[in-house]
Design a binder for this molecule. Structure first.
Ligand SMILES: [Mg+2]
Length: 374
């Protein structure tokens, strides 16, 4: 029996960091990323960190960096104050009873509790989650400059540096033929040296998807992510039936219930597993379990988190039986500033899962103070 260690304080920081280049998505163009950090301090002085970062303010989901800060400081903090920090499951059960939705905020709080518990017990979060099955995760890179030549050049640099050989191309913003020509040109230039996938971020109609995916399949694309609206389960099922390449659900998945619905409806070949979208590490693990029993493949997704959120996802993913499609845990590499004292290690096309206590990473307090929104 562990001793009771009350939660003493909860704090949220919004940290604005420029991206290395404009990141062009169907729903937003990002030139900076707002890293949302939650710090939980325990009575014994141990502090843990979690991340609730999202994409493009309110362009991706219904939680924004600003709303997460207000929600955690106004509603989460008083509820969890003095709760036993060594019982994350009990704290999360309380939050899930009292607070509807707010999955990103819940994920950050749960991560911070696990990080602190790991530091206090000298165990990595992966060990608290059952122990890892691998120490390195393959990592894809996203080509999202919007320019064909620039994207090819960027991919060539990544291949030469042995950093990535899986590329996800963001489309959906432009005319369908232009978008597919852009992808085909990149696929042709890289040939069999790389795996090419595409993310449409829900921007096609069913008819456009039929037309676009046929072109992309011919161009050698291996996977299409969320081509149509997240709510269109029947449409996704039709696409899975019609095409040989893999259809992945992403925005459609907001935790175990929606994953179960998609799996039951045979509406995806692959699930993009995200800790924030799922509502935390435990909820994401339930999604992974649903996929496993249904023989649906997994892909480790990102909300372009910085080092804390990326490390948290890596710890969970390392414990899962299989990640057939690898991961896209490259978030910190898109930022101009390193927010960790020791950066995460990317080498030989993979991310090394940190092995120190808790998340195994330490945030650079000076950098955070400098970039924190005042
Ligand atoms: Mg996506």
């Amino acid at each position: 029996m562990t001793t009771v260690v009350p939660i003493r304080n909860t704090r949220v920081m919004l940290v604005d960091v420029p991206t290395i280049r404009p990141h062009v998505l169907a729903m937003a163009t990002m030139s900076k990323q707002t890293i949302v950090l939650v710090e939980i301090e325990r009575e014994d002085g141990v502090r843990g960190y979690g991340e609730a970062t999202t994409i493009g303010g309110l362009a991706y989901g219904e939680e924004s960096p600003e709303s997460i800060k207000v929600a955690v400081e106004t509603y989460f903090k008083p509820l969890i104050q003095n709760c036993d920090a060594n019982r994350p499951a009990s704290v999360m059960a309380l939050l899930n009873r009292q607070i509807v939705g707010n999955r990103f905020a819940k994920c950050a709080v749960e991560t911070a509790l696990f990080d602190a518990m790991g530091r206090a017990s000298n165990l990595p979060v992966s060990e608290l989650l059952g122990g890892r099955q691998r120490d390195v995760l393959p990592v894809a890179w996203t080509l999202a400059s919007g320019h064909t030549a620039k994207d090819i050049d960027e991919a060539e640099q990544m291949l030469a540096a042995k950093r990535h050989n899986v590329f996800k191309i963001k489309i959906g913003k432009r005319d369908i033929v232009k978008d597919c020509d852009h992808v085909a040109a990149i696929a042709k230039a890289l040939g069999d040296r790389a795996s090419i996938r595409v993310d449409v971020n829900q921007h096609w109609t069913r008819a456009h998807a039929m037309q676009g995916i046929a072109r992309l399949q011919y161009a050698g694309v291996s996977l299409i992510e969320q081509p149509i609206a997240a709510t269109d389960v029947v449409g996704m099922h039709q696409l899975c039936n019609r095409f040989d390449l893999a259809i992945m659900a992403d925005e459609a998945l907001t935790g175990p219930s929606s994953a179960a619905r998609y799996i039951e409806a045979l509406a995806c070949d692959v699930i993009s597993l995200k800790i924030n979208q799922s509502g935390g590490l435990t909820e994401a693990r339930k999604v992974a379990a649903l996929a496993e029993v249904a023989h649906v493949a997994l892909y480790g997704g990102t909300m372009l988190e910085g080092g804390i959120g990326t490390a948290a996802a890596a710890h969970l993913f390392s414990t899962l039986p299989a990640m057939e499609w690898g991961t896209e845990l490259f978030g910190p590499l898109l930022l101009t500033e390193e927010l960790l004292v020791e950066p995460l290690v990317y080498r030989d096309f993979g991310l090394v899962v940190p092995s120190g206590p808790g998340l195994g990473v330490v945030i650079d307090q000076e950098k955070i103070a400098h970039f924190e929104r005042k």
